[in-house]
Design a protein around this ligand. Structure first.
Ligand code: TUI
Length: 326
């Protein structure tokens, strides 16, 4: 694949960002993706700043290439995390689950590229006007905290609405998804779920097995009633949450059984009480592979497909590759 605007902006080989998944995306995963030519991210999630700092320093031991940090804006430590990424001069800062508006200026002053994750056109426009370098437009197929729109309709509308590069996320897990994202006008892709099933991902093996065994219909969205919809793999906890929501359970009742549930999935592999966040693309993933193999395979497939879509010339039409006349 030829380098493009996202590769130039982020100083990477392939226009791919690894999702900054809370509790999952650590120095091991981020450095593996960056070493393979993508952009690895450490997910700050709800980490205390000293833990994030340790991961950042670990990642610097493991790679000489750029990597980023995802700042989860609902974190109780968000102010300290926002300052830490400045102090550490992180190359790329992505954000999720809220508006990074009040931090963008200080991050840009520190020399970071800022790429908010957005669920809608209005949000993308706002981020561009506040000085974002690019946006990740994330469709509802994604895992974790999600918006309402599908990737298929979100990407072209965001591409039309902003001048900055758009990275497509949500449902992209192979070269077909990458090719489709480019056809919709994206300049790059962000993949989270595919990297759950990767050798360098340090989550519990039960989590990886669930992802590789998942079928197309095996994710559900809980938390809609509370205004924080989260996509996870179906299990006992997810079913209980849906039932409680149907019965109109209070926020505190729901909170009581969800607190610590992501940790229980990632660290304990607790099949019943863990929150196994994953996107709908889990149904497309059947193997655990090294990050470098995943990235190589995806872009080989995307290149073949894009080459098929883009023949050097079609008789009677303009030369599509050069844009010039036939
Ligand atoms: O952030 C994500 N995905 C996440 S964050 C996360 S940790 C968490 N766990 C439980 C509950 C909540 C969070 C797990 N997965 N993706 C990016 C993303 N951002 N998707 C949607 C949004 C988003 C939603 C609302 C961005 C902005 C927004 O604005 C609301 C407002 O008006 O501020």
């Amino acid at each position: 694949m030829k380098k493009n605007a996202i590769c130039g902006l982020l100083s990477i080989e392939f226009p791919l960002i690894q999702g900054g998944m809370a509790w999952v995306a650590d120095a091991s995963l981020a450095s593996a993706v960056s070493n393979a030519g993508g952009l690895g991210l450490i997910g700050a999630g709800a980490m205390p700043p000293e833990i994030l700092q340790r991961e950042i320093h670990k990642a610097r031991q493991l790679t000489d290439r750029p990597f980023g940090v995802n700042v989860m804006l609902m974190s109780p430590f968000v102010e300290d995390i926002a300052q830490l990424v400045c102090d550490e001069k992180i190359a790329v800062i992505t954000t999720g689950a809220g508006s990074p508006g009040k931090y963008i200026e200080q991050w840009k002053r520190a020399g970071s590229k800022v790429i908010p994750v957005v669920p809608s056109v209005a949000y993308a426009r706002r981020m561009e006007s506040l000085g974002a370098d690019a946006v990740v437009a994330e469709g509802t197929e994604a895992g974790g905290h999600i918006g309402d729109l599908t990737t298929m309709v979100l990407i072209p509308q965001v591409v039309d609405a902003v001048k900055i590069p758009v990275v497509a996320a949500g449902g992209v897990a192979d070269g077909r998804g990458v090719a489709a994202a480019f056809m919709l006008g994206a300049s790059g892709v962000q993949l989270g779920t595919r990297f759950l099933a990767c050798v360098e991902c340090t989550i519990h093996d039960n989590y990886k097995q669930l992802v590789t065994k998942a079928r197309d219909i095996d994710t559900v969205v809980t938390g809609r009633t509370g205004g924080h919809p989260v996509r996870t793999l179906k299990n006992k906890l997810a079913r209980r949450l849906l039932e409680l929501e149907k019965q109109g359970a209070s926020f505190s009742e729901i909170e009581e059984i969800t607190v610590g549930s992501l940790r229980r999935a990632v660290q304990d592999g607790d099949l019943d009480e863990g929150s196994f966040m994953a996107g709908q693309s889990a149904g497309m993933i059947d193997r655990i592979q090294p990050a470098a193999d995943i990235i190589r395979e995806i872009f080989l497939q995307a290149d073949v497909l894009l080459e098929q879509q883009m023949p050097a010339s079609i008789p009677g039409l303009i030369n599509l590759k050069t844009g010039g006349a036939r």
